[in-house]
Design a protein around this ligand. Structure first.
Ligand code: GLU
Ligand code: ASP
Length: 480
């Protein structure tokens, strides 16, 4: 079957109409994902894992047994460590399955069917979570559903455009804004419902499910504006069969090396929804202006700080790089990534200071505000930049696999994140945050050390201005 051409070009603001629908679908999907994620660790520590609940959940004994043997030397796990491990493993596996979901779509069922199967599975999963005894089944369905959905909706963004169309970078930036709009609103809705005693966690999951259903309806309604499937693509003869040259292999090895510190980045970065969420709940004075306006900021609303700051800071960061580029001073990509790791380390030094200066146990929420600001700059210096690097230097015949590899850094990173998080209640908080800062610093040093040896391999991308490299998150993988 020949590769089908792009959708008929009816444009909106110079982009195919399909982009608007993919943007909206992904916004609702991320609304669902981040809404559930905002309440997950709180649900576990405050409800499900307390005596009398989880024992009835299908799969509980197996999961507990596996985690205790793997992560706790066979000893019983207390509530907080167990919660963090469940959180870490869940967020890890949702980033492992997209690797396979991309391949299944490319080879067998196509992107459209994958998005629909994934979306419906995730909607059912969210409603399943409303019933505590089905909790682990719900998580499993989310992991499977996301594998089908996430890589393939992004592929469709790429497929709206013909290869080489210069609008494609901009399209991914717009799409990434959709992700963060969804991620921003969902804690405000799902989190607020979950924290309100009149509703509770159940309704938080329900709202996440409704978001997913809305996303699916929009997607199905918009099918005619979306590009046809490219099922043959990965079987494509000439491209995929071309053997890798020596230079190609060097690029692959360089990218694999960069994945090592990037795993450490995610392991530390992703504490946000886990231990930072617990910190906001247990160790933060959340009164808006203590003594004057005593209204408490809901715990889950802190999960909206990062996505909000993503769209607030993006123009600043991109503008700053463009300015540096004009002076010929824009850092190479690897240096930017090292700086991203360094900012990440710094954000945890802020948390360590918060813990140190609040020995009575309740630090001002402004510490968290500062933490989120610094970590968001760190994210902008690493995540979209790293993806753009992968997209630029990967040999085209294995781009899909290389993007999958980038996703796998989120898998390994989240695994480690859950493990590190399991020490939160057992460690002094200053030491815990300094440990996170130390890991960020280690990642920064390793990335920095890779700069010189990798410079010639990644040559050609290094000196180029990155003005087009706006945050594209995990979304820049047109080939997957
Ligand atoms: N926050 C982004 C998203 O949800 C990127 C996460 C990642 O690559 O791990 O798509
Ligand atoms: N910033 C994350 C992603 O880039 C969203 C989040 O963690 O809330 O889109």
């Amino acid at each position: 079957m020949a590769i089908t051409d792009t959708a008929p070009e009816k444009t909106l603001f110079g982009h195919p109409r399909g982009l608007t629908y993919l943007f909206t679908t992904e916004m609702w999907e991320r609304f669902s994902y981040y809404g559930m994620r905002a309440i997950l660790v709180l649900y576990l520590t405050n409800f499900l894992l307390l005596p009398g609940h989880a024992e009835n959940a299908i799969g509980y004994a197996t999961v507990k047994h596996i985690f205790e043997s793997l992560f706790n030397g066979g000893q019983p796990l207390a509530v907080q460590p167990f919660s963090s491990l469940i959180y870490g493993n869940y967020t890890a596996f949702v980033y492992l399955t997209p690797f396979f979901g991309g391949i299944i779509a490319d080879r067998y069922i196509g992107q459209r069917m994958s998005v629909i199967v994934g979306g419906i599975t995730m909607a059912i999963a969210e409603f399943t979570l409303m019933e505590p005894s089905l909790f682990f089944i719900g998580l499993l369905l989310l992991i499977v559903g996301n594998g089908f959905f996430k890589p393939n909706i992004s592929t469709q963004v790429g497929n709206l455009y013909k290869p080489g169309d210069s609008r494609i970078d901009r399209a991914f930036s717009i799409f990434y804004v959709g992700i963060n709009v969804g991620a921003f609103f969902s804690p405000l809705v799902c989190g607020t419902l979950a924290e309100d005693p009149a509703f509770g966690y159940k309704w938080g999951f329900f709202a996440a499910g409704v978001g997913m259903v809305i996303g699916q309806l929009i997607y199905i309604f918009a099918l005619r504006t979306l590009p046809k499937d490219r099922v043959e693509r990965s079987r494509g003869t000439t491209e995929t069969k071309k053997p890798l040259t020596g230079a190609d292999w060097k690029a692959v090895i360089a990218l694999i090396l960069l994945c090592i510190p990037t795993t450490l980045f995610w392991a530390t970065y992703e504490q946000q929804g886990n231990t930072i969420n617990l910190w906001a709940e247990q160790f933060t004075n959340r009164a808006l202006i203590p003594g004057i306006v005593d209204w408490q900021i809901p715990v889950t609303w802190f999960q909206s700080f990062n996505p909000f700051m993503i769209f607030a800071f993006t123009p600043l960061v991109v503008g700053y790089w463009a300015n540096q580029a004009r002076k010929g001073k824009e850092p190479r990509t690897v240096i930017k990534m090292a700086l991203g790791n360094f900012l990440l380390a710094l954000s945890y030094v802020i948390m360590a200071a918060a813990a140190y200066l609040a020995p009575d146990g309740h630090a001002s929420w402004l510490w968290l505000f500062a933490f989120f600001a610094v970590i968001t700059f760190g994210e902008l210096y690493l995540s979209p930049i790293g993806l753009a690097l992968v997209a630029r230097v990967s040999p085209p015949q294995i781009l899909s696999a290389m993007m999958g590899l980038w996703f796998i850094t989120s898998f390994t990173g989240n695994q480690l994140q859950g493990y590190i998080g399991s020490f939160f209640s057992r460690m002094d908080k200053v030491e815990f945050f300094l440990l996170c800062a130390g890991l960020g610093l280690l990642a920064a040093i390793v990335t920095w050390a890779f700069d010189r040896p990798l410079r010639s391999i990644l040559e050609g991308e290094g000196g180029k201005p990155n003005a087009v490299v706006e945050p594209q998150g995990s979304e820049v993988h047109p080939a997957q």
